[in-house]
Design a protein around this ligand. Structure first.
Ligand SMILES: *Cc1c(COP(=O)(O)O)cnc(C)c1O
Length: 395
C-alpha cells in the first residue's frame, strides 16, 4: 500500500537532536567509541529529596488519574515558584501542568493559532518550535540574529518582522541553543514594540531560568504590567532538576488560554504522571539553592570547553550566559575539503565531526541558524576534554 499518511505528519521534520542521538547510539552499537554532546540533558542524578518524595508517593498509594491540569497542591507549588522566583502573581485557574514543557508549548500553539497565523521565532530557536507551530497550521517567521548581537533579536528586528498576520512571538531565555539571556532592559525594548501590536501573544520559555552564570539576571516578560495579560510563561523541571524523563512542565498565563489548554489536554493525554507530579511539588517548594551545585559544575565545564574551543582555528564562540550549550559559528570551514569530505554547511560539518572524530553534536540548521553547530557541555570534564581534542585533531 502506498503512503497513506496525512500531509500534516509528512510536513514535520524529525527532531534533529533526537535523530543525532539515535545515530550516535547506532554507531556505538556497531562498536564505535562515540562521545555524545548532542542531547540537552543534564548528566546528574535526581536530587535525593526529590527521589524520596516520589518513593513516598508510590507508598502512599498515588495511582489514580489526576485532575487534567495537575494536582491542586502542585498548582499551588507552581504559584509559589512563580511568585518567589519571578515576581509573578497567578491564580490556580491560570496554571496548567503538562507532560513536559514540550506538551505545554504544543498545547499553547494548538489553542492560539489559526491557519496562516504567523509566529515570530528569533533564530536560533529551540529545535521543536517551528514544527510545533506548523502542526498548529501556523507559519514560523524566522528572524536571523548573529554572534555580533549575542544571538539576540533587537527591537528594530522585531518591528520589521511584524505583519498584520503576526499572532505570536516565541523565544527562550536563557536560550537553547545559544545560551543568551535577554536582560530586563532588552525585554522592555521588545515589549515597547509590542505595545503597538496588541494582537500578539508572547510565549516566554524559561526552562533554563536557574541555569544562569550570573552575568545577566533572569527576567520574565510577564513581569511587565502591560505584558502580563498576553504572555504565557513556560517552565518545567527537566533541566534545573535533572528530571528530563519525569516529564513535568507547566504554564502560567491568561485564564482563557490556560482553560483552553486544559480542555485540549483533557482529550489528548489527561493529567501528567501522578508520581512525577507529587515529586515536583517537593522540587518546586524547596529552595532553588539546593540544586545550585549543578550550576556550579556547569560553570566549570563552560570555562573548560570555551577555553579549548577557542584554541581551534575557525571556531567563533559567544560566551553563553546560561543553559549548557555552546553554539560556535563554524562557517569558516564551509567550502573546504577535509580528509576527502566536502564541508558545504553546518550539517556536513556536524556529520564530519561525528564520522571522523566520533563526537556527536547538532547542526545549527535545526535551530534556524545554518552557520553554527550546537555542542552540549552536559558531560563530564574528561569527556569534554577528550571530545574537543578529537575535534581539533580532525580539523
Ligand atoms: C528541553 C527544553 C524544553 C522541553 O522540556 P521538557 O519538559 O523536557 O518537555 C522546552 N524548551 C526548551 C528551550 C528546552 O531546552
Amino acid at each position: 500500500m502506498s503512503n497513506q499518511l496525512s500531509d500534516r505528519i509528512n510536513s514535520v521534520t524529525p527532531s534533529a537532536t533526537l535523530e543525532m542521538a539515535a545515530k550516535a547510539r547506532e554507531l556505538r552499537a556497531s562498536g564505535k567509541d562515540i562521545i555524545g554532546l548532542s542531547l540537552g540533558e543534564p548528566d546528574f542524578k535526581v536530587p535525593d529529596y526529590i527521589r524520596e518524595a516520589a518513593i513516598q508517593a508510590v507508598n502512599d498509594g498515588y495511582n489514580s488519574y489526576t485532575p487534567v491540569d495537575g494536582y491542586g497542591e502542585l498548582k499551588e507549588a507552581v504559584i509559589t515558584k512563580f511568585k518567589r522566583d519571578n515576581g509573578l502573581d497567578y491564580e490556580a485557574s491560570q496554571i496548567v501542568v503538562s507532560t513536559g514543557a514540550k506538551q505545554a508549548l504544543y498545547n499553547v500553539a494548538q489553542v492560539c493559532l489559526n491557519k496562516g497565523d504567523e509566529v515570530i521565532l528569533p533564530c536560533p530557536y529551540w529545535v521543536s518550535y517551528s514544527d510545533i507551530v506548523k502542526l498548529a497550521d501556523g507559519v514560523p517567521v524566522e528572524v536571523p540574529t548573529s554572534i555580533e548581537t549575542d544571538f539576540k533579536m533587537t527591537a528594530e528586528q522585531l518591528e520589521t518582522a511584524i505583519t498584520p498576520k503576526t499572532k505570536m512571538l516565541w523565544y527562550s531565555s536563557p536560550c537553547n541553543p545559544s545560551g543568551s539571556i535577554y536582560s530586563e532592559k532588552e525585554l522592555r525594548a521588545l515589549a515597547d514594540v509590542l505595545q503597538k501590536h496588541t494582537q500578539i501573544i508572547v510565549v516566554s520559555d524559561e526552562i533554563y531560568e536557574h541555569i544562569n552564570y550570573g552575568v545577566t539576571s533572569h527576567a520574565s516578560m510577564a513581569a511587565f504590567d502591560d505584558m502580563y495579560d498576553r504572555t504565557v510563561t513556560v517552565n518545567g523541571v527537566a533541566k534545573a532538576f535533572a528530571m528530563t524523563g519525569w516529564r513535568i512542565g507547566f504554564i502560567g498565563g491568561p485564564t482563557y488560554i490556560a482553560r483552553a489548554c486544559n480542555k485540549l489536554q483533557g482529550q489528548v493525554t489527561s493529567g501528567a504522571n501522578c508520581i512525577a507530579q507529587r515529586a515536583v511539588i517537593t522540587a518546586l517548594l524547596e529552595s532553588p539553592d539546593r540544586v545550585r551545585y549543578m550550576v556550579d559544575e556547569f560553570k566549570e565545564r563552560r570555562k573548560l570547553i570555551l577555553g579549548l574551543l577557542n584554541e581551534i582555528d575557525g571556531f567563533q564562540c559567544n560566551e553563553p550566559e546560561g543553559a549548557f550549550y555552546v553554539f560556535p559559528d563554524v562557517s569558516a570551514y564551509f567550502g573546504k575539503t577535509l580528509n576527502g569530505a566536502k564541508i558545504n554547511n553546518a550539517s556536513d560539518f556536524a556529520m564530519y565531526i561525528l564520522e571522523h572524530a566520533n563526537v556527536a553534536t547538532v547542526t545549527g540548521d535545526a535551530f534556524g541558524n545554518p552557520k553554527c553547530i550546537r555542542i552540549s557541555y552536559a558531560a563530564s570534564q574528561e569527556e569534554i576534554t577528550e571530545a574537543v581534542s578529537r575535534i581539533k585533531s580532525v580539523l
